[in-house]
Ligand binder design. Structure first.
Ligand code: AMP
Length: 286
């Protein structure tokens, strides 16, 4: 496993993989590696010859009220966990200057509509930062395939649309959410929960699972499903509901009436004292 931190060296490596007929799979991360990220790596290894894991805490996806300095960083542990998989060829960990060589960025990637609601509604500028940095990573690493977690379903569907709209020749694959035994989605932010908050945090998986079950049992009224999720989330009195919504997976707009054949996403976010948690369930309406 090699460490690359310069854009030029990363490009040269990708070019030589392609020259020798190899297929590149990229797994973008912000580090603080956990089992969720490792599931992405294992999926990546199934799709190509050369797995690149990028580690970059992207400043442009943090809102004005969010503290990027507080984001967990654990470079050495990350390296050990990735090396232990024996599946990663390259860790691409650039500095902010490498990724943003121009201090006054004039060009941004904005995916409209899909970024309006949910995390896009409560985190100002977040998806513009995500879409821009992922475009940069694609331009630097030249992947044939890129792997993302469905825990961030809005991000996944938004990036898939970005690749489609901009004629990118990259296949995007979504990996199901990896969870703790009690259902809590793994997240680098879980470590900021107090023991009481940690036990209340299972409201998220309960809310989206019950929403999914309700829809599969025939509920077609989106608002009724939202009401159900809110009543479950209200059980966590240490958390504040950021959002609870049922949206269409193509547009990420809220749906009042669910139609057969539609893929819906029941999504929730809860703010605890030091951690904002998200979860979702993807449901194919029959
Ligand atoms: P992050 O480092 O949090 O930006 O996440 C990097 C990638 O890992 C994203 O594609 C996330 O969706 C994915 N990811 C994060 N947590 C999980 C999880 N619990 N299960 C599956 N994928 C995850």
């Amino acid at each position: 496993m090699q460490l690359i931190s310069s854009v030029i060296a990363m490009r040269e490596t990708s070019r030589s993989v392609h020259r020798s007929g190899g297929k590149i799979v990229l797994v973008p991360t912000m580090g603080a590696v956990h089992e969720g990220h490792l599931a992405l790596v294992r999926e990546a290894a199934r799709h190509g010859d050369q797995v690149i894991v990028s580690i970059f805490v992207n400043p442009t996806q943090f809102g004005p009220k969010e503290d990027i300095q507080a984001y967990p960083r654990s470079a050495e542990e990350d390296w050990d966990k990735l090396e232990a998989t024996a599946l990663v060829h390259t860790v691409f960990a650039p500095s902010t200057r490498e990724m943003y060589p121009t201090p006054d960025m004039l060009t941004w990637v904005q995916v409209n509509k899909i970024s309006d609601h949910l995390c896009g509604g409560s985190r100002e500028g977040h998806f513009r930062g995500v879409a821009t940095v992922v475009t940069k990573l694609f331009n630097i690493c030249h992947p044939d395939v890129a792997i993302f977690g469905l825990k961030d379903a809005q991000q996944f569907y938004l990036l898939r649309r970005l690749a489609l709209d901009l004629n990118m020749d990259i296949e995007l694959i979504g990996v199901p959410t990896v969870r703790e035994p009690d259902g809590l989605a793994l997240s680098s932010r879980n470590k900021y929960l107090s023991p009481e908050e940690r036990s209340q945090a299972t409201v998220l998986i309960r809310a989206v699972s019950e929403a999914k079950e309700r829809i599969l049992n025939g509920e077609r009224n989106g608002r009724a499903v939202v009401k159900l999720m809110r009543s479950i989330l209200a059980g966590a009195d240490l958390g504040r509901i950021d959002y609870a919504d049922v949206v269409d997976s193509e547009s990420f707009q809220p749906v009042d009436h669910l139609n057969s054949g539609q893929i819906a996403v029941a999504a929730v976010a809860v703010q605890f004292s030091k951690a904002r948690l998200i979860d979702n369930a993807i449901v194919e309406v029959t």
